[in-house]
Design a protein around this ligand. Structure first.
Ligand code: GNR
Ligand code: NI
Length: 171
């Protein structure tokens, strides 16, 4: 069990594009395990590898409710094949932008294709919270954060707050 530190804005690694995985090997299985440990500890419902500074296209999620048994998912090289025209607004938060929550509008339903830990290709149709979480996590793999969908005014306010906090931590 290894809980890794979660990077917080304005860490530049959160803005970089992650690299595809070419084989599901023991390193990737160990990475996925650390990511799940880190996500459950946080706690969060999803985590992308760049959030722990690993620039690989790996995402973990668990959308089970508190009274349900854990349902960990590991998505390797995920791609969204289809977005619905219909959109939904959901309040989102991000472990890399702690303690803030904002409404975000995204496509309501998606089809996602990914490789699982057994190396199988999976195609999954997602709606509701799962669709939101998959889109939020996949964005992380491309250096995109949910605040990028807010008005410039709101986004700038968030960015400034974290820039200032980082400066205080240094100085
Ligand atoms: O734990 C998380 N909760 C959440 C709530 C609404 C929309 C997206 C998320 S993902 C977030 C964890 C995280 O930052 N993953 O990248
Ligand atoms: Ni996030």
């Amino acid at each position: 069990m290894a809980i890794r530190p979660i990077l917080v804005l304005p860490d530049a690694r959160l803005r970089a594009v992650a690299d595809p995985i070419d084989a599901v090997d023991d390193d990737i299985r160990a990475l996925a395990k650390d990511m799940l440990d880190t996500m459950y500890d946080a706690p969060g419902i999803g985590l992308a590898a760049p959030q722990i500074g690993v620039m690989k296209r790996v995402v973990v999620m668990d959308l089970a409710k508190e009274d349900e048994k854990p349902a960990p998912m590991v998505l390797i090289n995920p791609e969204i094949l289809k977005f619905s025209d219909e959109t939904t607004i959901t309040e989102e938060g991000c472990l890399s932008i702690p303690e803030l929550y904002y409404d975000v509008e995204r496509p309501s339903e998606i089809t996602v294709r990914y490789t699982d830990l057994d190396g199988q290709t999976i195609e999954l149709e997602a709606k509701d919270r799962l669709a939101v979480c998959v889109q939020h996590e996949l964005d992380h793999l491309d250096g995109v954060l949910y605040i990028d969908y807010l008005s410039r005014l709101k986004r700038d306010r968030v960015v400034k707050k974290f820039d200032k906090a980082a400066k205080r931590a240094v100085g």
